[in-house]
Design a protein around this ligand. Structure first.
Ligand SMILES: NC(=O)c1ccc[n+]([C@@H]2O[C@H](COP(=O)([O-])OP(=O)(O)OC[C@H]3O[C@@H](n4cnc5c(N)ncnc54)[C@H](O)[C@@H]3O)[C@@H](O)[C@H]2O)c1
Length: 455
């Protein structure tokens, strides 16, 4: 049997093993989905702490129900986690969901993908389907991953002739017969109760038709709908399009919100009215800036590759700049509100409600709240925060804080309360009743009055 026939047979008889590399916000829910469908999943994770948590059935991701994780780990025995990359040779498919941050010069840090590719090259068996899900710039799969996997597969015993030594040039796995590469971006929307990993359609672009056929057969075990595109680079651009579309529209509404504030126009009322148009308008809402692991980072990925093509992404660049300035504008709102009470930021107690980048989740990565806290602290404000989902945080400037309880006393003792995240848990009436002064950056309070300043 060829490698392709072997893997398709395994999939059709439910005996395939799927490896998920990186068990974070993306990887763990995907692993649980496959495991729930009865597929044997091995999760590869560098953090020993996460491996131990998964193997004892303890959940650390908001979107997974604790009971479901326990069931697949302890009862069904379909999910296990390991730090041991050599076990990749047990897998028929390897799906990569490792971080893709930016370095301190805002350039893509591809080291996590590179390290995953090195592990795969060295350890995969012949006949492995490989899919990248991490957000990245178009061409990553074909131009970065493929050569790396091929290079490191030269150190892999699977690809050395069993009949004896082969010459250096002949060693290594061949794409299309020994392994197949694809890109299939994750679209998870943390905290979304309606759309989750299984019922969100998945886009996939493989390098060959065989890779597409195998990839589709594998993913259909965990995802209801696969939308096939002609190449990995198309799939990579799809993800960037989705996220930059949000970035540009959020920036537009943020800019209009700032102008409306100056002109004494309520932007929220404007949006509600515009939404009555039944075609050609989609509502985006202003806020203190963008956050999370995707929207703030993606434009920089695209910029990185656009430079190679001598192309200037002026629209995306402008949108990114508007959003990067939002925390500073939010600080001005805080300072102006305090000033109206004859108070300075310096020495005032500023209570931030919510540090997560969006409601009802425990993720503060790239959260604009952290930047606003840093600017306010830098000007001498005394920072306190409450977030029911996040017990402690480290800001971009390295300041560390722990959440306080949301009590009457805490609200009363603050010179100003800043509503930074619209968590459903916040009792707006209670907050309003006991606060001296509020800056509402999320339209949580309908009426603006002498105590409430809105974005
Ligand atoms: N979080 C989201 O909402 C979201 C949505 C869509 C896409 N994405 C993209 O998915 C990717 C993963 O994001 P995330 O939020 O799950 O990140 P995360 O930091 O929550 O998880 C990544 C995990 O990978 C592990 N890891 C790193 N290198 C590894 C390696 N070589 N081998 C094994 N494990 C390794 C880390 O320890 C971590 O636990 C990113 O590219 C992100 O942009 C994220």
């Amino acid at each position: 049997m060829t490698n392709k026939q072997t893997i398709l047979k395994k999939i059709s008889t439910n005996s395939e093993v799927v490896g998920i590399i990186g068990l974070g916000y993306v990887g763990l829910p995907l692993a649980v989905n496959f495991a729930e469908a009865g597929v044997h999943v091995i999760g590869f994770e560098k953090s020993k702490e996460k491996v131990d948590l998964v193997n004892s059935g303890k959940n650390y991701i908001g979107d997974i129900r604790d009971a479901v994780l326990r069931e697949v780990v302890v009862e069904k025995l379909t999910l296990e986690a390991t730090t041991d990359a050599t076990r990749m040779k047990e897998c028929d498919a390897l799906i990569i969901a490792v971080p893709t941050p930016l370095d301190k010069f805002r350039k893509p840090d591809m080291s996590y993908i590179e390290s995953a590719c090195i592990d795969i090259g060295k350890n995969m068996k012949s006949g492995t389907f490989i899919s990248l899900e991490s957000t990245t710039y178009p061409t990553t799969t074909e131009d970065l991953m493929l050569p790396l996997i091929m290079e490191y597969s030269k150190q892999n015993p699977y690809f050395v002739s069993p009949l004896g030594e082969m010459s250096e040039g002949q060693r290594g796995g061949k794409h299309g017969t020994d392994f197949w590469l694809a890109y299939s971006p994750e679209r998870v929307d943390p905290g979304n109760k309606d759309f989750h990993t299984r019922n969100t359609p998945k886009v996939m672009g493989a390098m060959t038709e065989d890779g597409m056929e195998i990839g589709e057969a594998i993913y259909l075990k965990a995802i209801d709908n696969i939308h096939k595109v002609s190449s990995p680079r198309v799939a990579e651009m799809v993800k960037i399009l989705e996220n930059t579309y949000r970035l540009v529209n959020i920036s537009l509404i943020n800019e209009l919100a700032l102008l409306s504030g100056k002109m004494d126009i309520n932007i929220w009322e404007v949006i509600e009215a515009a939404k009555t148009k039944p075609f050609g308008f989609q509502a985006f809402y202003p806020g203190p800036g963008i956050g999370g692991h995707c929207i703030p980072l993606d434009p920089f990925y695209l910029e990185h590759i656009a430079k190679k093509y001598d192309f200037d992404l002026s629209m995306i660049h402008t949108a990114g700049s508007i959003n990067m300035r939002m925390p500073h504008y939010m600080y001005i709102k805080i300072a102006t509100a305090l000033n109206s009470q004859k108070k300075a930021v310096n020495g005032s107690k500023v209570l931030f409600l919510g540090v997560a980048y969006k409601p009802n989740i425990n993720d503060a990565r790239e959260s604009p709240a952290l930047e606003i806290m840093d600017i306010t602290a830098h000007k001498g404000g005394i920072i306190v925060y409450h977030d029911p989902y996040i017990s402690k945080i480290k800001t971009n400037a390295g300041r560390e804080y722990q959440t306080v309880e949301l009590t009457k006393e805490e609200l009363r003792s603050a010179d100003i309360v800043v509503l930074t995240t619209n968590h459903k848990d916040f009792d707006v009436e209670f907050i309003q009743k006991h606060s001296k002064l509020i800056v509402d950056l999320r339209n949580m309070i309908e009426e603006e009055n002498e105590k409430v300043v809105k974005l």
